[in-house]
Structures are given as C-alpha cells and as structure tokens.
Design a binder for this molecule. Structure first.
Ligand SMILES: Cc1cc2nc3c(=O)[nH]c(=O)nc-3n(C[C@H](O)[C@H](O)[C@H](O)COP(=O)(O)OP(=O)(O)OC[C@H]3O[C@@H](n4cnc5c(N)ncnc54)[C@H](O)[C@@H]3O)c2cc1C
Length: 490
C-alpha cells in the first residue's frame, strides 16, 4: 500500500518513528510548514530559524536518498495535510505519535494513523505503569529503576561507583575567571541563509541545523566538556555562557539526535577512562532520568495539567522578562541578555533565576509558561509544561515535586558571580539595597505559610520565617519591590 508519511518538525530522524521502515519506492514524505507555527506567537527568531532550517535540511536529505518529498507551506497543519492528500490520492497517511496533546487530537481527528513514538527510551505505557504504582513521583525512584531496566551504570542491581547519585560532588560554584574550551561554531549554508532571509534575522552560528552538525556537537561535548560537566553543572558565571553543558537539547527534541545515541557515546567515553563517575552519572541522569521522567509525566498528568495555578498566582508577566533593560538585578539582566543572544541558558538560570522569580513574585504560571515556550530554542510543549508548572513554579500544589524551588539571593551569590558589582546585596532583606530575591523569598513563604504548614520538607524554612524579627518592614519592602518590578525600575 502506498503511503504518505507525515513528518512533524520534531521527528527528524531517519531511524526512528514513521521513517524507520520507510521505503522510497512506496512512501511519499510530507512536511508542513504552517503559518500558524511561524506567526502565532512572538517566537524567538533563533528558535524559528533552528526549527525551520533543520526541517528543510532533513527534507533535502530524504530527497537525496531518493524519496519523493512534499514540503508544503500552508496556513495551518491541517490545510497542509489537505493539500498533500489532494495531490497524492488513495494513500493512507501515517505519522509517529505526536508529542503534544493538541497535535495528537488534531492528527487523530484528521484520520492520521499512528505508529509508536520511539523518540524516547521509555514507552508512554511503561511510564504510566510506573507512575500508577507510586505514592509520590520522585524522579530519583524512576531514575534508579531506569538504570536497572536499561542496564546503564549498574552491575546487577548495584550502582557503578557505589552510589546512585553524586549530587553532593556536583554543586561547585564557578571557579574565578573561568574560561574553558571554546564552543563549536556551525557554518551556515544556502538553506540556512534562505531561512534567515525569510525570517529577516541574522542567525547565530551556535546551533547546528543538520544531523552532521548535531553529531559534531555531541562529539565536541564528549571530547571537550563531558569530564567537567558534573562538578560545575549548577554553576553560573558571566565569563562563560554554557559552562560544560552539552547544548544537545534542541537536537534531542527535534529528532536530529536520539537519546540512545547520546547515552551510547557517553558510556563509551566513560568506559574508555578519563571521565569521572560524577560527570558520567550526572549526565546520564539528565538523559535517562530527568528527560524521560518529564516526558512521561507530561502524558501521565494529562492535558489540563498545564492550567494548574494552585498558589493563585495572578501577576502579569513582569517587563524584565522581555526587556533586559527593565531591571537592575545583574543576574536577571545577564540571563535575559543571554536568552536574547542565543535562545538558551542552562537549567539553573531557568530554575533558580527565572522560575524562582516568577514563583516568588506570584507571576501567573500560564503567562510565564507561554513566555518560556516562546524564547527557548529547545522548548516544546511536553518538556516545558512539567518543567514550568511542576518544577519551576509549583503551580500543581506539589503533585510533581515535593517542595517549591524558592530561594533568596544567598543561593545565587553562592553559585554565580552575578552578585559581584550588583546594585543589590544578597545578604540584605530590607532597605533599598536589599536583593529582591532575598526580600521576596521571605515574603513568598509568609504569603503561603498556611499551605506549606503540613509539608515537612518546608519546616526548616517556615521555622526560619518565624524567627524573623523584621517581618513588618520586610513586608513593606516586598510591596515596594513588587511595585518597582512592575514598573521596570528594580
Ligand atoms: C523551568 C525549566 C524549563 C525547562 N525547559 C526546557 C525545555 O523547554 N526544553 C528542554 O529540552 N529542556 C528544558 N529544561 C531542562 C534543561 O534546562 C534543559 O534541557 C537544558 O538546560 C538544555 O541544555 P543542555 O542540552 O546543555 O543540557 P545538559 O545540562 O547538558 O543536559 C543534558 C540533557 O538532559 C536533558 N534534560 C536535563 N534536564 C531536563 C529536564 N528537567 N527536562 C527535560 N530534559 C532534561 C536535556 O535533553 C539535555 O539536553 C527546563 C528546565 C527547567 C528548570
């Protein structure tokens, strides 16, 4: 039977999904570039550039292999499918299971047949089975089961190196004047230039748009960054924008790389020697633990989860998120400038700066989620929703994480060099030089002390709150800070 294989822009791998068994003689490949996807929201142009150029390169590679490829530009995905189906009648249309609830429904309603989505290491059903048996959804428990199930860094049921977790070793602050090896630059070809021109955008050379480039990025990480990944994975510094992070999330998420390929490369390097266990374990945990867990939770928690707002947070998005000049806080100014520059910052600025700020200012979770979706190169619905709603801003009342990731300026000062020379002092909670994070952290605890009262993981923080002698002054300063943030003056 002749088929149309529809390839969404996050299924760009020849060996997985619907292309796994595709045959140029019988299968026609359909891509749809929808105007809604391009113009529906104020997307970061680097992100659009990356997604479009990767898809166009991939379409070309399939053509070069001998496939007939239709790359259709249409107002919506459905209109694009219509155009493809009209042109190539009497063919069934198939696709690997899509990665979001919305797309799943839309394609199902259209009559697309699904093959299993194997872009992850954990089938959705297997994850649901695990989740259904848990009292709480501790990632650590899932991760240990993954290590055993996938036979990674274990002998029998025992962890390699004698411990499941080397987090304690992996919390170093940035060394002074830290430079580190250079990052890869990706040369731009004709397809890149054409996409950049259409978007009226001067794309950076940070992100690869081909399988070859993504593999080069993987090799660069393994050869030059992997050994130091672990100990410095939480560190932030103005001197080095990525530390030793792999910069692989965009390719893992759009399919240019499969997680099994990344894991295999990491294990091979570890087995050859020279990679400390804390780096090997720390990195493997991100791929087979966090990434799979977040994906599984997205499907397990269901489509309504993205609307959770259990802390009743209703503040509008602060101007500093879209304009680095609307704040005097060094850490946020620097982070927003980095996002403007290349559409990426690592997990600690995402969690402990941006999400933490949204959490303690009581910013509306959905407004914050939308913004995060728009600006990050690797943002897709399945990964952003649990990371923001569950982990970042605790809008689910603790369904996913047992406690909120709220922190004051002391954490930022310990883990970065942002506070040096900042107008605000992380040690102060009142007065006009007080760090907004420090003031708002205590104010947040005070505003929600009743809801956290029964959470034993919050008891130390609440005990600290009770001991504050200057709470009335702090509340007054918090009011001023929130007003100043809304005006873009703090
Ligand atoms: C609030 C918040 C929002 C996030 N939004 C996204 C997002 O939209 N897209 C995205 O891919 N990651 C997201 N992450 C996870 C993480 O920040 C990024 O995957 C990582 O910074 C990407 O850079 P890297 O490839 O250098 O990662 P590395 O630090 O080198 O980690 C290796 C890989 O592990 C995976 N990974 C690690 N942590 C997570 C996680 N929490 N969830 C899913 N995958 C993880 C990624 O695929 C990543 O490429 C978010 C984290 C937080 C706290």
């Amino acid at each position: 039977m002749k088929r149309i294989i529809y390839i969404p822009f996050d299924h760009l791998h020849r060996g997985f999904g619907a292309l796994k068994e595709a045959d140029p003689k019988n299968d026609l490949i359909l891509f749809v570039e929808s105007a809604r996807m391009l113009g529906g929201r104020p997307w970061h142009k680097e992100r659009l550039f990356f997604l479009l150029s990767s898809a166009r390169h991939f379409a070309k590679a399939l053509k070069d292999e001998g496939f007939t490829v239709e790359y259709i530009k249409a107002a919506t995905t459905v209109e694009g499918l219509d155009a493809g189906v009209k042109k190539h009648k009497n063919r069934s249309i198939i696709c690997a299971e899509p990665s979001s609830f919305r797309q799943y429904e839309a394609l199902k309603n259209y009559g697309v047949e699904f093959v299993e989505n194997d872009f992850f290491l954990t089938p959705r059903g297997l994850f649901s089975h695990w989740a259904g048996e848990q009292k709480n959804f501790l990632m650590e428990n899932f991760y240990r089961a993954q290590r055993i199930r996938l036979d990674i860094l274990v002998s029998g049921n025992k962890p390699t190196g004698g411990s499941w977790n080397f987090d304690k070793e992996n919390r170093l602050p940035p060394p002074k004047n830290y430079v580190g090896p250079a990052y890869l630059e990706h040369k731009r070809d004709e397809i890149d230039k054409e996409v950049a021109k259409e978007l009226d955008y001067a794309a950076t050379t940070t992100w690869a748009t081909t399988r070859k480039g993504a593999l080069a990025q993987l090799k660069n990480f393994i050869d030059n960054h992997f050994a130091e990944f672990g100990p410095l994975e939480d560190a932030m510094t103005t001197e080095n924008w990525a530390m030793h992070h792999s910069l692989l999330s965009p390719y893992l998420n759009n399919g240019l790389l499969h997680p099994s390929e990344v894991v295999a490369a990491a294990l091979k390097a570890f087995e050859q020697g020279g990679i400390p266990i804390e780096s090997a374990e720390g990195f493997i945990r991100q791929i087979i633990g966090w990434r799979e867990y977040v994906h599984g939770m997205y499907w397990y928690l269901g489509p309504d989860y993205r609307n959770e707002n259990q802390l009743g947070a209703n503040r509008k998005l602060l101007p500093l998120f879209t304009d680095a000049s609307a704040t005097q806080m060094n850490c946020i100014k620097s982070t927003i400038s980095d996002i403007d520059a290349r559409s990426w910052v690592h997990h600690i600025p995402r969690l402990m700066l941006l999400s933490n700020l949204a959490l303690i200012t009581g910013t509306n979770p959905q407004a914050f989620l939308d913004w995060m979706r728009e600006v990050f190169i690797d943002a897709t619905e399945w990964v952003m929703v649990p990371n923001v709603i569950g982990m970042g801003v605790h809008a689910d009342g603790g369904a996913m994480m047992t406690k909120p990731y709220a922190a004051g300026g002391a954490y930022i000062s310990r883990m970065s060099n942002y506070c040096k020379g900042c107008r605000y002092n992380p040690k102060l909670r009142i007065g006009e030089n007080a760090c907004p994070f420090t003031t708002l952290y205590w104010d947040f605890l005070d505003r929600h002390k009743e809801s956290f009262a029964t959470n034993h993981r919050m008891s130390q923080q609440l005990f600290g709150l009770k001991r504050l002698s200057d709470l009335p002054e702090l509340k007054e300063r918090a009011r001023e800070v929130l007003e100043g943030l809304e005006k873009g003056e703090i």
